[in-house]
Design a protein around this ligand. Structure first.
Ligand code: NAG
Ligand code: NAG
Ligand code: NAG
Ligand code: NAG
Ligand code: NAG
Ligand code: NAG
Ligand code: NAG
Ligand code: NAG
Ligand code: NAG
Ligand code: NAG
Length: 842
């Protein structure tokens, strides 16, 4: 079925008023009939292709060649291969091409906390890349919002690795389901722009170095990349910076060890544009294709290196197979549209863009139900701020600093040139026309004569004052500070001093310091409009007037004091991630710092109640209830090796009820605390779902915890390990402990692996239900009468206690499977069960 989701959006837009699609659809959205393959099949085809290439052709293919795209892989005419086109950006087809939808920014889609929307946006983006004949999209961008000032935060998904991981996963799925290769970037720890680049003449020859420990790498920065690889991403882009003193694009540890060995990534590593500093060393370090090429480092330059043996032909073959496998993986060898970058591929994606633009807007403050406005009684609106209106020079702020005007995206290579732009002022004027409202406005925010005059305009006294402020940023440089542009704070304070109902609309790339006015009692409402794309005007009007009940949630913490974040960009060429895993809310929690607004926070026009939290082990029998969740996660091109970690092991169900008078949505968030052994922050986000409820409606929500979710990175074993002991599950509406709605601390886990066996013998925990004489293995939940199916996990709740254990007859074989040597373990009724002998063990 084609266009399924278009139909869905059509329905959404006709009943936009407080109504939203509530549940995960039964089928993944199929937009085009793309036939994808498995990695094994794709690699076999790529191998077959590579054997028909000469060594020179293969070497040449390892660097980009000239072409219309941002990057272009050389064609091989005698094999009917036309080359590959790589093009920016994560939020639509970029690099200034025409007839492209400028989708809401990464930071904005993340703020919807809605996996269906993550997927739909990515699918629509994929359609546009495909429609223009582009093979690789240079996205998603998943660097963590570690530094509030980072110029590229707007392209990413915020400050939490789990949330970034979910976004990355569904982005890769959405894009690749359209047959377009996703490029996960920027690998890795590109969390600032300052001094990222190579200045052979004017400065150091290397980018700054991100220095961080192994646990932090795995649990924070690698996490979203792992999710992308699990989803089956075809490409990963290495970054400009160094990691631990070695350039990312020649860093054996991060490319060969972490990415290709540990994560079993089978696609290619491409360099960020100009991030390659040397040839042979990069190829050996794990770089597969150099972009944009033409600098003599790789490509043809590798030919003499192969001839003199400094690089093997096997490695060149590996590079070629990795470059071509994604092309076969996603069926780009069959009927792929031909390249035409200015082809109009926008369809009616503006409808989806409007929907996600609205869904990502966050209500931060709303005293005495200031919002939504009541158009019957509230007729007078004064509008202030250049951020309410258009740029003086049109809708193209590409690369320009300090521009006023409403923002729909940020600047740099992530920017997409829109075909049109509806600013808030235009949309408000239209609203006034249609609903008989009276409006005045001053958008020149230096013109305090006009501003003062408007505040004395007797007709508008007692009316509403809407103040629009913004903060822009771009690739290539970091923000100078966290204040609103163009004296935005002064503007708010001037209005609020004389208008008792001042509503501030914050249109910002990422964190902003709100302290100058946030506690002012005349600032009765604050709306975080984010970076909502070119339908900004339509979206904000729907929120302000209650056609859509806001439900977005912050994807970073907003501090009261900039120094509270505890991290900052550096100009020393060493960015030391000394905070470790204590980033954003994890840092505020640990240090008991009260922020202005918590991670995960956002208000609604309605209220919700929560009840009936239940945790259960996911066994074979209740996989069915998870089937939708699981179905959406797997495709032919998923990374099968990694997916094991993403299988659900616990399901957490609870009930949520809309107890207010209007329809709306809430985002229950699952925070988990780990046993001490894991050395984790007080709580970590490990689940969420945006739930849409009509007034009075109740729903049972099921979240799942995967093996990865309850594991920590054990630096000694170099493995993800489930910690032994007590976990606490909280269901909350933000990272604020005061917003915890449900709590369950009955989840105990015991994990048995090689490290915890004695002489490679399994220590079996026998479990007995309280007040029962029957001993059970909780892993199967069955009394042990037959040899138990030994799982590597044993989990039990407080209803059980450990009664016995035994050094038994099981061992881990070379394939990490439990073996029993054919011996039978009888019912475990005694303290020590020793039917098996050590000498029979391997
Ligand atoms: C490989 O690239 C070199 C340098 O650009 C060029 O001279 C040569 O013709 C190319 N070889 C093939 C087989 O395309
Ligand atoms: C490093 O970054 C800082 C801040 O952006 C800048 O002032 C300085 O010139 C940069 N150093 C070099 C060598 O480019
Ligand atoms: C970086 O160095 C730290 C400290 O020596 C080490 O724990 C970590 O594994 C290293 N990571 C990488 C990617 O080199
Ligand atoms: C092999 O060739 C490469 C590329 O020309 C060169 O950089 C390297 O020094 C050579 N190595 C030896 C051992 O000759
Ligand atoms: C506007 O009014 C404020 C408060 O009354 C005053 O401080 C300021 O000087 C006025 N500005 C202009 C340009 O008139
Ligand atoms: C709020 O606005 C009123 C005018 O309506 C003004 O008299 C009052 O001083 C303002 N309060 C604050 C805290 O600025
Ligand atoms: C912010 O924190 C710094 C460092 O702790 C302190 O010096 C400063 O006074 C604080 N600023 C405010 C406005 O509280
Ligand atoms: C980062 O450091 C700069 C310079 O010291 C300071 O002005 C700024 O407030 C800091 N920002 C944050 C977010 O800590
Ligand atoms: C960061 O760590 C490096 C290497 O350990 C050290 O040389 C440097 O002084 C540290 N830089 C800062 C800003 O702390
Ligand atoms: C177990 O037995 C004790 C005492 O016999 C009793 O107090 C307790 O309620 C029982 N617990 C359960 C879960 O039945």
């Amino acid at each position: 079925m084609m266009y399924d989701y278009i139909v869905l959006i059509g329905i959404l837009s006709t009943c936009f008023s407080f109504t939203n699609s509530a549940s995960i659809p039964t089928q993944p959205y199929k937009i085009t009939n793309v036939v994808t393959r498995s990695w094994d099949e794709a690699i076999a085809l790529a191998k077959g292709f590579a054997t028909q290439m000469t060594l020179e052709e293969k070497c040449n293919m390892t660097a980009g060649v000239g072409g219309h795209c941002a990057g272009f892989v050389s064609p091989v005419p005698h094999l009917n291969f036309g080359g590959l086109c790589f093009q920016d950006s994560p939020s639509g087809v970029g690099d200034g091409v025409q007839f492209s939808t400028a989708f809401v920014a990464g930071i904005h889609i993340a703020a919807t906390w809605d996996r269906d929307l993550f997927y739909q946006r990515a699918a629509a983006i994929g359609q546009e890349f495909r429609g223009k004949g582009v093979h690789f999209a240079l996205g998603p961008m998943m660097n963590i919002d570690r530094n509030a000032l980072h110029g590229r935060n707007w392209e990413g998904f915020g400050a939490d690795p789990y949330l970034s991981g979910e976004n990355s996963y569904y982005y890769v799925k959405g894009l690749q389901d359209q047959g377009v290769v996703a490029t996960a970037k920027h690998y890795i720890c590109n969390e600032q722009e300052s001094n990222r680049t190579y200045h052979p003449k004017t400065g150091p020859s290397q980018g700054y170095s991100a220095n961080l420990d192994d646990k932090t790498m795995h649990e924070i920065y690698l996490w979203p990349f792992a999710a992308s690889v699990a989803a089956g991403a075809g490409s990963v882009m290495c970054s400009y910076n160094q990691v631990n003193g070695t350039q990312a694009c020649q860093n054996n540890k991060i490319l060969n060890e972490l990415l290709k060995d540990e994560l079993q990534f089978q696609g290619n590593v491409m360099s960020d544009w100009g991030a390659t500093k040397v040839g042979v060393e990069s190829a050996l370090g794990g770089l597969d294709i150099e972009m944009p090429g033409r600098d003599g480092l790789m490509g043809y330059a590798l030919l003499p290196a192969v001839k003199n043996g400094s690089i093997t032909e096997a490695r060149i073959n590996d590079m070629i197979i990795r470059i071509l496998a994604p092309y076969f993986l996603l069926g780009q060898d069959q009927d792929y549209p031909s390249l035409n970058l200015n082809n109009d591929a926008t369809r009616d994606h503006y409808l989806l863009n409007r929907h996600i633009g609205t869904a990502g807007i966050i209500l931060l403050k709303n005293i005495d139900n200031t919002l939504p406005f009541n158009m019957n009684t509230e007729k007078f609106y004064s509008i202030y701020g250049s951020a309410a209106s258009r740029y003086n020079d049109g809708v193209d702020p590409h690369g320009l600093d300090g521009l006023d005007g409403a923002l729909y995206q940020g600047g740099g290579s992530g920017y997409v040139r829109p075909t049109y732009f509806i600013d808030p002022l235009t949309a408000l004027l239209t609203k006034a026309r249609d609903f008989h409202l009276q409006i005045q406005y001053v958008v020149d925010q230096d013109d305090y004569v006009a501003i003062n005059y408007s505040l004395e305009n007797s007709g508008f006294l007692g009316g509403k004052c809407l103040v629009f402020i913004n903060a822009w940023s771009s690739e290539g440089r970091d923000r100078h500070n966290l204040f609103a542009y163009h004296n935005g704070d002064k503007l708010v304070n001037t209005i609020a001093a004389r208008c008792a109902s001042t509503i501030v609309i914050v249109n910002s790339v990422s964190q902003l310091n709100l302290e100058a006015w946030i506690e002012n009692s005349n600032v009765t409402a604050v709306v975080w409009s984010g970076l909502p794309g070119p339908e900004y005007g339509s979206a904000i009007v729907d929120i302000l007037f209650g056609n859509y009940n806001p439900g977005g949630k912050l994807v970073f913490t907003i501090a009261k004091n900039d120094s509270d974040y505890g991290t900052n960009i550096t100009e020393t060429y060493n960015s030391n991630y000394t905070e470790g895993v204590f980033l954003d809310y994890r840092h505020f929690d640990k240090n008991n710092i009260i922020p202005r607004y918590y991670f995960g926070y956002g208000l609604s026009y309605t209220t919700f109640s929560f009840s009936a939290l239940m945790i259960s082990k996911v066994g074979q029998e209740n996989h069915i209830s998870q089937s939708l969740y699981r179905q959406r996660r797997v495709s032919s091109y998923s990374n099968k090796a990694l997916l094991r970690f993403y299988e659900s092991v616990y399901s957490i169900t609870f009930t949520i009820t809309n107890i207010g008078n209007v329809d709306g949505s809430e985002v229950p968030q699952l925070y988990l605390s780990f046993p001490e052994e894991a050395a984790e922050p007080p709580k970590i986000l490990r689940g969420f779902e945006r739930v849409y409820l009509e007034a009075g409606e109740s729903k049972t929500v099921t979240l799942v915890l995967t093996e990865r979710d309850i594991s920590y990175w054990n630096t000694v074993n170099q493995k993800w390990i489930i910690a032994s002991g007590k976990y606490t599950v909280w269901i909350a509406t933000s990272a604020n402990n005061a917003d915890i709605k449900l709590e369950d601390d009955s989840l105990y886990t015991y994990f048995i692996d090689n490290q915890r066996t004695i002489n490679h013998q399994l220590v079996i925990f026998g479990l007995r239900e309280l007040n029962s004489t029957e001993t059970k293995y909780i892993c199967s939940n069955q009394p042990i009468t037959d040899p138990p199916i030994i799982d590597k996990r044993f989990d039990f709740t407080s209803n059980y206690k450990i009664l016995i254990y035994t050094s038994g007859c099981y061992y881990l074989d070379a394939n990490n499977h439990w073996q029993s040597n054919g011996l039978v373990v009888g019912p475990l009724t005694n303290h020590y069960q020793t039917q098996c002998y050590s000498n029979q063990l391997k």
